[in-house]
Ligand binder design. Sequence first.
Ligand code: PEP
Ligand code: MN
Length: 352
Amino acid sequence: MIIVLKQGTTLEEKRKIIENVEDMGLKVKIMKGASQSILGLIGETAKVEESAFFGSPHVEKVVRIKVPYKMASRAFHHTDSVIRVGKHNIGDGSLTTIAGPCCIESREQLFTIAAEVKRSGAHILRGGAYKPRTSPYSFQGMGEEGLKLLREAGDQFDIPVCTELMSTDEFELVESYTDIIQIGARNMQNFSLLKKLGSTQKPILLKRGMSATIEEFLMSAEYIMASGNPNVILCERGIRTFENYTRNTLDLAVVCAIKELSHLPIIIDPSHATGRWELIEPISKAAVAVGCDGLMIEVHHEPDKALSDGPQSLKPEKFAKLMNRVRHIHDVCHEEKKTSDTESVAILHAVI
Ligand code: PEP
Ligand code: MN
């Protein structure tokens, strides 16, 4: 529910209305419109009648938000959220690239890949230390030793790092080493893990569950935000369908849907979405063309020897080419707002 206050409402009058709302057991998020104050009500608003606020002479209107997510919704935050990671901004209209191996395997492996992706212009280095493997007999990750290597590589190559947190047990440890905490698809609805993320302000990369609807995806973001951490980056990595030629089915429409429903940035992970390295570049181009805020791409210098996800890992030289090509598409799509449609289509044809 949103309460729009009349122009000229004094701070004292606004404070009284907020107290009134808090007495109902709700929290208030203060937002500023062009000329008015807007109060966003957070909590169990279903039982609250709009008429409860009509008695106040300072209330212009009361709008009920129909979607169950509040803090994650566009209605609560009209402008795009920009998430800062080190010196880099995610969601400010630029294209963020997160790249690196699926899992950290050794110092030599991580540092070789880190040097390559940094050289190609990646903004964030990824690497898993705790891996959610389907088989308990597959490599489970290097644990803390891997986290230490990741931090060291990040510092050496001056690039922020991102790694997956699988359980509340490792929260403090993972949080102390990484710049972005990744929550994997399998944990998207691990609600105790999501609530724990409210105790940090570090950005959370929340991956879409493999059978989650867009509403469930946003409700998971809401869990993190309602727990106290507004810094959520959404990541689409494909959903489970009957198709099994590709590892998952990439839902590209989610980018446009999220842009309408939410203010949070959304990035695309073509690696897990397709499971095939040869599809990464064309799918990345399509993702950038529909307006995603970034890409997360698995890169390995020796994919044949990778301990996980080799078939979907790009070799560094292929990644470098992809970076140049998606940059062009991103520029054209941004330019599109300023130039005529015909002109941008012609440029787009030239670069695809
Ligand atoms: C990963 O990014 O390495 C990963 C395991 O991804 P997902 O959770 O999307 O399967
Ligand atoms: Mn992987």
